[in-house]
Design a protein. Structure first.
Length: 179
């Protein structure tokens, strides 16, 4: 990337965060302010609760902090990310490869972006695990092992109520009932 393009990327990402607050994302160059219904928040809260014990055992925090994808017109705020505590303490924004798990819960307005664009970009930026909770399809899909052409291992979509195995370092069977 040349200096001029890098400067424009930085300026755009800075403007999104400064002018639109913590809940705005930059998706393929488009500013997307986030407003989520309580049903979305309930699903996210349920997942946070189900992951919290294992995340604490791993020395991680669960949050929805900023993820930067340098060299692209993207700045994401995932619904949840499990991040080593040491990484979280030192960063304003993280790269997806610094997470252990990224979770996106679909809404009517974000479903296709979460299913397609974010899945592709998370794999490109080496997020080790991407969990898509698709509220419109009542299913969960786990994407693992990012490769050059996307994720190479896909589990699902599994209907709600099915146990979904999160691989190491989690080693956890995630209950998807009631999401």
């Amino acid at each position: 990337m040349n200096i001029k393009a890098a400067g424009a990327e930085y300026a755009l990402k800075y403007a999104v965060q400064r002018d639109h607050g913590d809940r705005a994302q930059l998706i393929e160059g488009v500013i997307v302010p986030e407003s989520r219904p309580w049903s979305h928040e309930a699903a996210t809260h349920s997942l946070r609760t189900r992951l919290s014990t294992r995340a604490a055992e791993l020395g991680c925090v669960i949050g929805s902090g900023n993820l930067d994808l340098p060299g692209s017109p993207n700045w994401y705020v995932p619904d949840l990310a499990v991040v080593p505590a040491a990484e979280a303490k030192e960063a304003g924004a993280l790269l997806p490869d610094r997470t252990l798990l990224i979770v996106e819960v679909t809404s009517e307005s974000s479903a296709e972006t979460d299913r397609q664009v974010k899945r592709r970009r998370y794999a490109e930026y080496k997020a080790p695990l991407y969990l898509l909770v698709d509220r419109q399809q009542h299913a969960a899909t786990l994407f693992a092992e990012p490769g050059r052409l996307g994720y190479t291992k896909i589990t699902g979509p599994l209907p709600y109520g099915t146990s979904l195995r999160l691989p190491d370092p989690f080693g956890l069977d995630l209950d998807t009932t009631g999401l």
